[in-house]
Design a protein around this ligand. Sequence first.
Ligand code: FES
Length: 173
Amino acid sequence: MVERGYQYKKMAKDEEIVNSDKPEDEYIDSPKRRDFMTAVIGGAAALYGTGIGYIILRYLSTGVEVAQDTATLNVKVDKAADLANNSATMFQFGVKPGLLIKDEAGELHAYSAVCKHLGCTVAYQPEQKRIFCACHGGVYDYKTGKNVAGPPPEPLDVLKVNKAKDGIYITKS
Ligand code: FES
């Protein structure tokens, strides 16, 4: 039945071609054209799938690397010795930036400097005595890391400050 329907369609097409002054190749339902479109769509789907796979793999592997990395870190911050009261310095904590603040009383506070909103790097502003994220105006308390204004949904990750004979070390708290 399907075969007969196809034959009728083909006959109708042939008749149309004969009765027309258009070139014959405009009427041809070209297998080449169909194959080309199938290849294009198949290629696009393969690229899309590969891209999604890569993103998922990268996300998962990054999480594992960071978790293993920061869990065992013990970073010495050389600049801590020269830090004046009410000032700060940045340091590398694994693959992320860290922020070490010496408050006006000389007490040290360390945080991951990665903003909890969208991941920009935060900085200490001594005039306002606050940790500020310039991306969207996020504000954190400099003594606790608590989010106090703007879009950040949660406090900064607090790091532990360890005083040793040879300097200041930062570890995960
Ligand atoms: Fe920090 Fe948006 S990324 S406030």
